[in-house]
Design a protein around this ligand. Sequence first.
Ligand code: ADP
Length: 352
Amino acid sequence: MKKTKNKNNNSTIKASIKYGLVLIICFLVAASIVISVVAIFNFLGQDYVKDNYFVFLIICIVAAIIVGWGLSIIVSRYFMRTEIYLSKILNQIAKGDYTTKIPEEYSDKYFKKVIQDFNKMVDTLNSTALLQSDFANNFSHEFKTPIVSIKGYAELLRDNDNLSESDKRRYLNIIIAESERLTNLASSTMLISRLDTLKEFDNIVPVKINQQIEECVILLDKMFENKNINVDVDVKPFTINTNADMLKEVWINLITNAIKYNKNNGNIIIKSYEEDKNYIVEFIDDGIGMNEETLAHIFDKYYQGDTSHYKKGSGLGLPIAKKIVELSGGTITVISKENEGSTFKISFPKKK
Ligand code: ADP
């Protein structure tokens, strides 16, 4: 960091010296042109020049300034082409166009580093803008679906007086379920947006992983029961420093998914162990597994691979889990095979 700063300072000093020298040379050239003209005049009409020596001196100085000024503008336009181009591009960026970069031919040796950094910045801005528009598209699509459904069933209830009691109940239950889905979508969207802006958590405390996971398993007891899923928990008393509430979200999401994407009477194993300098926690299920396509997108916001469970999720659980694990200094990886099951492996450095 310090080295780059020094390098940039050196480039600026060298560039300033270069422009100073160019300016001086311009004035010297202009002065010598004017002096030559005066010398010729002198040669042709000695008396006149001798008589008006002071006037000639003034003319000489003024002419040198005018010619030198003109020359320096022309020359500096060439030497300042990078800055002129930079200002043009900065204007384009200010208008929201992140596609233009400074071409290689403008990167003279003094500004090479500055231009490289500038082009890197444009790339980052461009990908952030793309991500944002992608996020906005997905966001509006995800919110539109339950709203359209709620509106449709509400209209059915309003416009059909002779609906049977059971149909009325069914439609009302759909409206309630879709409203719940909207609420979950809204809170998950708010959480991922908040996590996206964080560089690190506040309220970092030592968290006992085993204790938290055991609590989550008890919390989700009803879900295990409903599908008659057998769960085997063998988690060591590892402690990591992070935000406790956030980490709990990770376990809840991974356990919920292991149940949701499992068959009735399926199995889930949760275990932990040490590997080199890391603590590892694994969530292994023998559920429906994932194909290559799903596997490639599970951490994309709003992505839902298994559409039969669409109503029970938001497609934000895993992106949220990944972000929390990363903010805790860890990594999350997945191995999965269709119809055989999935293993989510979370790795935390022992020292953070
Ligand atoms: P949601 O569960 O709300 O759809 P997630 O972000 O938690 O969203 O998961 C994204 C997708 O990853 C799911 O739609 C599903 O296709 C796949 N997935 C996640 N966990 C599992 C799992 N344990 N087994 C099979 N597929 C899974």
